[in-house]
Design a protein. Sequence first.
Length: 528
Amino acid sequence: MFANTRAYVAIVAAVALAYFEIRAGIYAYANAGHQTFAIAIACLAVVGFAFIDLVLRPRKGTAGVVVRRYLSFWALVPFLCALGASAWMHVQQWQDGMDDIGVVADDLKRALCPTTCDWNKLSGDDVERAVDAMIKLRFPGDDAKSDEAHQFDEIARVVGTDLVRAKGNRDLVVSNAQVDTLPGFLLAFSVQALFVLWIPLLLAMKIHKAYRELGRRARETSESDRKGFTGSVNERDKRILGEGHAFFVPRFCFGALLVLGTNYVLAPYGLKASYIMSLVDEHALPGHASQTLWSTSFSAAPVIVVGFVGFLIYALITATQRFIQDDLDDQALLSLLVRGLVVILLSFALSSSPIDGTISRLFVFVAGVFPVRALEALSKRANVAIDPEFETETTKSFEGVPSLDPTKVFALRSAGIQSSYDLAAIPIEDIAARVRIDPRLLGRAVDRAILIEAVGLELAKKLEPFAITSATELVNLSREGTGLPDPVAKAFGDTDTSVKRLAERLADDERVKTVAAWLGESRGKVGS
């Protein structure tokens, strides 16, 4: 009863805080100059939701059914907080950009028509002369050749032309600029929202599925049946629910990392510069064709931005793969957060490394996707030995088990499982309790390891062309009534009798029976 009351209190508090934040956010967006107020309500949201997650929300082991029901929505809250702060930043910078366009329009209006004049008689040549005079005044000497001067020249010519068309109406020029840059504003923020919310949406769907599947298995299976594979799947789904931990702060940190990184990717020179220069794209003058800044200046982006793009590609692919494998949870997000921070620090280090400038950005991009490979390449170039744990040779002890990538190999090693022979020797239930690997993938890996332990790696490879990749497949083939095909027997380099004896020995092996039951009815005939 207490847990349910606590759950309702947590939900009411979260809804009330969200309502207050939305109302305060609307006020802040309507008054973009109130920067201190906007920062205050953003900090209040983070602290308030973190307090609800840490103190009010019931933990695992209590009767928090109500919290479980809404847990998938709760997973989105920290990312929405980070995205909301970014939305305010976009609006504030966009409005500042329009104010700057208004300042340029005022300066041009005084230059083109100091007192009174007939705007209908002004031409493009008048605009050219006024802009040239402004550039000489603002950028004296060699500064006139700088990129900043070139960008000011482009935007001033566009604003001057629009000012002549508007008959000197400065407010109309700013209003038209807002309309013209609105698609760029919406596009930039929509793309950022897609990048930021893709992974949390997958997490929310996975949490909802875990809650639903746990309830279904509780109704359809008895307590005695919830062992082995089913028990491992239940434990995996409980980890995905993550009710025993407060994950708001790590989720928010990951969301903040995505927001900051994507802001720099979309606008390497700043959001305001991007929105101002998007007006040039909408009103490109003859001979002055241009594109929006955030889509063309990536080649000049800081090295850290290039590294972040590599990390973002890795994060999206990894999260999507783990979602498909039913293994996406908050610990995976925490791992991605740590990797993102490592990539940022590595990008700083690589930016000062002895690498040729023409390939440095490509190298840093690869480092974002494969940081260990970048360390290896950098160590070879600098002729420095690195820790053996980073060597690619570490996977050789699990050679022949293709389903184990370096990340899973590292997890197995951390659990004390050093080779495929350890994988075959330790009961699969114990391995599943130690290592966070998809139970289906773990079953196939153990099945393959048992075959390698029984016949050796070289012979196991010779059996692959005959679609025999695991111990259960060898046993099943020998029990089909016709015996093992002659090519299979010849692959063993011995008589058919020894092959049959090996298959019979594996059929009586308790490990194979356990793995067969673990993998389900498709291989259940091994234990029959």
